[in-house]
Design a protein around this ligand. Structure first.
Ligand code: ADP
Ligand code: MG
Length: 682
């Protein structure tokens, strides 16, 4: 017998070919299929009269077929099939191209619901290739449309979902009964039925609420449990009487109040009996690196090794230089473990790490995590940019002795969201820019102003400043093309508008050494204008760069534009950001206007969250956030709060979820975190 958890190949109606398509989408079982939610629904419940049908917009119409016109062959082997549908007042001609199937099934005298775009004028209205349903008592008035995939249509998926729904058993339930009662939630089975084939908009909303509630609850209970698991004893509880005065005195600037507070938070954590688990959140340019450096000095002076892991080679390189500058004066020499070292060099550095002669280690996540043995690793710092995932945060946590962990994030996240997403961490926010910074001036212009913008750039280059020009990344698959476009663009600038200047090029397809070389040249002011793809986005720090011009700005999300803009405004000079766009789309113009209005990352984050949901902050759903949760986080904060309360209640009653009421929930949570590469919950 087929069950929900058998391979989807066994589901009636799923052949080998279709199964292969499903597997490609990560749908392996009928249960996975049920968890593949409709993207939207065609709403046949709100029908309009033909006379009132809006021209050019999709709508639903209800009427009776009064006539079927004979097939009409036209040029190119095209055949038209036409049906005349009437309501009380007017007629509508339905046209099907080359597809006789629906046409043949339709009968004169029968009533139908149709859905599509109406064209024509007052007198003669038409609808091409409509969705059609006979009013025979079996019509599905909210017709689910699934996310588009090659090889599978929504119609196919509907049929398969129907079979999968047959396999649901009413006894299946993840939530304890009292939770469902208290928060007025439908059962899991009901929610699954109603999310795929809702009887009404209201039922669909209730189903969404139930499913979002469950995802949020699982996530919050899971992170809280994780947090509890991390309350182990650390082998690296540090001494509270270590002074950083000499380190601070040697800095080329005075720390901001926010930096001082952050360092105090961290010192306190480092001296605690349980490992630190702290998120250091700060807008671009808020000065997180020096806070990390302070933590490192504190750890080293307590005889603990520290690692700083960066997401890219460029960033690792840069962190290494910055740390070296900060630490050398007080006699600490960091080492860099990166991908461009020879095997021999790597071996050498690894042996220094193993015998404890290297105390501060900088590198990428990948390089450090791969067979590095530490003598006494007490502090792990990750610079995680905007990545979402509990898993990465824990990768090194399993190293012996439970080291302290500090996560730095450059993505301003609205507080409510941060509390949920980083529920397993304490949070410190650097909410104060270093003194003497002038807010970056931002302008949005059309391509016609490009020459003027170049002129503006040249003025500043003549004054000894530097600039970035960013080309838009379109799609992963277009990477190659982007590189060519960037190369081409750089060449044009070098021979044209910027012939008198040194133009550099930096893109994602370059070897790490090459990237490093270019970045070094940029820092040393051997390059005036750096043409780049978004590789420059992450943390690159060249204080003398004062202008960034971003081509096709509409292709970037707000958070990303804000990050890019943060490449300038790092010194004391006035900086500028020029967003070039020829888009006429109101929504994207709106976003760019918002960026021109404010340089406060948290304000932008709030605006973006309201507008587009949290996707922009964490990448897409493939980064591990379930879709319902994503939806709720952006437009249903009351629900988020309810689930927070429920999670609290649940864990208070049953901290390990050991009762039989919670058994299913516990399993579901394990599964959710396993999908994120998580394995620490058992
Ligand atoms: P981010 O938070 O984006 O990682 P960085 O740590 O790269 O920021 O700091 C941005 C720039 O500001 C660096 O050039 C750094 O040296 C400088 N900086 C950091 N703190 C201060 C401060 N308190 N006063 C002046 N400049 C500072
Ligand atoms: Mg940084």
């Amino acid at each position: 017998m087929t069950t929900l958890y058998n391979k989807i190949d066994l589901l009636p109606g799923v052949g080998e070919k279709r199964a292969a398509h499903y597997h490609k989408m990560g749908i392996d079982t009928a249960w996975d299929l049920l968890n593949h939610m409709p993207r939207t629904y065609l709403d046949f419940t709100q029908t309009v009269c033909i006379a009132d049908a809006p021209i050019g917009e999709p709508c639903a119409i209800y009427g009776e077929v009064v006539e079927k016109l004979p097939e009409q062959r036209i040029r190119g082997g095209l055949t038209l099939y036409k049906v005349v549908l009437c309501d009380d007042e007017q007629a509508l001609v339905l046209t099907f191209f080359n597809t006789p199937y629906t046409y043949r099934s339709m009968q004169v005298g029968q009533r139908y619901y149709v859905y599509g775009k109406v064209t024509g004028g007052m007198l003669r209205k038409e609808m091409s290739s409509p969705q059609v349903q006979a009013d025979d008592g079996r019509a599905v008035l909210l017709l689910p449309i699934y996310p588009q995939t090659t090889g599978l249509t929504s119609a196919m998926m509907r049929t398969n979902v129907r079979s999968a729904l047959q396999l649901l058993e009413d006894s299946m339930e993840t939530l304890p009964p009292w939770v469902m009662e208290q928060y007025d939630l439908m059962t899991l089975c009901e929610a699954m039925r109603q999310i795929h084939f809702p009887k009404s908009q209201a039922d669909m909303q209730r189903a969404r609420r139930r499913l979002a509630f469950e995802e949020l609850l699982k996530y919050q209970v899971g992170t809280t449990m994780l947090r509890a698991r991390m309350q182990v004893k650390t082998a690296y509880a540090m001494q509270p009487n270590v002074s950083l005065d000499d380190f601070i005195a040697a800095l080329p600037f005075a720390l901001t109040g926010a930096q001082q507070r952050a360092i105090a938070d961290i010192e306190k954590d480092l001296c605690g009996a349980v490992p630190m688990n702290r998120l250091l959140q700060g807008d671009v340019g808020s000065g997180k690196t020096v806070v990390a450096a302070a933590a490192i000095v504190y750890a080293v002076r307590n005889g603990c090794q520290s690692v700083l892991m960066a997401p890219t080679e460029i960033l690792a390189q840069q962190h290494f230089h910055t740390l070296t500058a900060f630490l050398q004066s007080i006699g600490i020499q960091p080492v860099l473990l990166n991908g461009s070292l020879t095997a021999k060099e790597k071996r050498q550095i690894r042996s220094q790490i193993a015998d404890g002669s290297a105390m501060v280690i900088v590198g990428t996540h990948a390089v450090i995590q791969k067979d590095t043995v530490f003598a006494r690793l007490g502090l792990v710092i990750t610079d995680e940019q905007h990545r979402f995932g509990v898993a990465q945060r824990r990768a090194l946590a399993e190293k012996g002795g439970h080291p302290h962990k500090l996560v730095m994030s450059a993505t301003p996240i609205p507080r409510t969201l941060a509390l949920i997403l980083y529920g397993d961490l304490d949070i410190t926010v650097l909410d104060e820019a270093p003194k003497g910074r002038l807010p970056i001036r931002t302008y949005a212009v059309t391509g016609r102003k490009r020459e003027d913008a170049y002129g503006f750039l040249r003025q500043h280059l003549d004054a000894g400043e530097q600039a970035y020009i960013v080309c838009a990344m379109i799609e992963e698959s277009e990477q190659m093309e982007l590189v060519q476009a960037a190369e081409q663009y750089a060449k044009e600038l070098q021979t044209g508008a910027f012939a008198a200047y040194r133009v550099g090029l930096l893109h994602g397809r370059m070897k790490p050494q090459e990237k490093e070389r270019i970045m070094r040249q940029m820092k040393a002011h051997e390059i005036d204008v750096l043409v780049c793809t978004t590789v420059v986005e992450v943390g690159v720090d060249v204080p003398n760069a004062t202008i960034i011009l971003i081509e096709n700005a509409e292709r970037f999300g707000m958070a990303q534009l804000h990050q890019l803009r943060g490449r300038v405004g790092r010194g004391t000079q006035q900086s500028h950001c020029i967003l070039v766009t020829d888009s006429t789309n109101e929504e994207s113009k709106d976003r760019l206007r918002e960026l021109c209005r404010t340089t406060n990352g948290f304000e932008i984050a709030e605006a973006d969250l309201k507008r587009r949901g949290p996707g922009d902050f964490f990448g897409s759903a493939q980064h591990g956030m379930p879709p319902m949760m994503q939806a709720a986080l952006c437009n249903d904060m009351p629900l988020v709060k309810e689930t927070q309360a429920a999670a609290g209640q649940l864990l208070e009653q049953d901290p390990d979820l050991r009762s039989s009421d919670c058994a299913a929930l516990r399993l579901a949570i394990l599964e959710m975190f396993a999908k994120n590469g998580e394995n620490g919950l058992n």
